[in-house]
Design a protein around this ligand. Structure first.
Ligand SMILES: Nc1ncnc2c1ncn2[C@@H]1O[C@H](COP(=O)(O)OP(=O)(O)OP(=O)(O)O)[C@@H](O)[C@H]1O
Length: 262
């Protein structure tokens, strides 16, 4: 696959849920080897963007293009497992492609949960389950890994280890990584590019410096980071055209981007 051609791209992408415009005018591209992180407040359309890029949500306007035959390893934000489902971790790892015992165990070891193969899927802790989901995604040998809030359920050391693992996977396999995360200060050090979403692409850029700043507290209420001060902004959108955006979504001018919307 050419390094220059995007693996996935979108032009003027809008997505509706019913009458509500959840995303509007999104331009996006990710290329081989890049780690791109999507951040934004709750309800800002992050999961919707991911799902639209994969083809799980139809575009209301615009177009999404995926490289022909692109192998995607997707870890969704939520995967409901019926507690009565008698499925072992080992069997789950063989869906949809059958993998050998050795491959399955290597993947589990890689993601920090060796020896879990015989356990019932429904009996795993949240953190173990996330790691098993990642193991399954890696077994597909993806050209792009797409992770929607992959560290939910992981403790702090687990979160840091998870991002180190993602970087390792990228380094070794050269795959691209697209993820949604709220762990901004951790993500900042591991991402090549950050996209701030707020119903549209509010700003995007390369993380430069890690610092403490009030913007992050104002936006996410967590009091750490200040990651929004780190973005090198590309201000390529028209806030006047946002009239039709979701009424419940945060107003674009509420976005704590480090630039002047006037
Ligand atoms: N299937 C659906 N039907 C109707 N509305 C939906 C549906 N899925 C999402 N929405 C709405 O679309 C908006 C964006 O949702 P989305 O899940 O993409 O946000 P998000 O940024 O990923 O949020 P979070 O950080 O809470 O995960 C929200 O207002 C949500 O209520």
């Amino acid at each position: 696959m050419s390094r220059d051609k995007p693996l996935i791209s979108a032009e003027n992408l809008s997505v509706r849920h019913g009458e509500t415009v959840v995303l509007s005018g999104v331009r996006f591209a990710i290329r081989t080897g890049e780690i791109v992180t999507v951040v934004g407040p709750n309800g800002s359309g992050k999961s919707t963007l991911i799902r639209a890029l994969i083809g799980l949500e139809p575009a209301a306007t615009g177009v999404v293009t995926r490289a022909p035959g692109l192998v995607i390893g997707y870890v969704p934000q939520k995967l409901h497992i019926d507690a009565s489902l008698p499925m072992s971790v080992r069997r789950f790892l063989s869906l949809p492609r059958r993998v050998s015992e050795a491959e399955a165990e290597a993947a589990l070891a890689r993601t920090g949960v060796p020896g879990l193969g015989a356990r019932p899927l429904a009996g795993l802790s949240g953190g173990q389950f996330q790691r098993v989901l990642l193991a399954r995604a890696l077994l597909a040998r993806p050209e792009i890994l797409i992770l929607d809030e992959p560290t939910q359920g992981l403790d702090q050391p687990g979160t840091a280890a998870f991002y180190r693992l993602i970087e390792e996977v990228r380094r070794e396999s050269g795959c691209a990584v697209l993820m949604v995360s709220h762990d901004l200060h951790v993500v900042m050090s591991a991402s090549d590019r950050v996209i701030c979403l707020n119903g549209h692409v509010c700003c995007e850029g390369t993380p430069r410096v890690v610092s403490e700043a009030p913007e992050y507290r104002a936006l996410f209420g967590l009091g750490t980071g200040g990651a929004f001060a780190l973005y090198r902004h590309v201000h390529d959108h028209d806030h006047e055209a946002d009239a039709a955006r979701a009424p419940h979504a945060p107003h674009p001018h509420d976005c704590e981007c480090d630039h002047d919307h006037a």
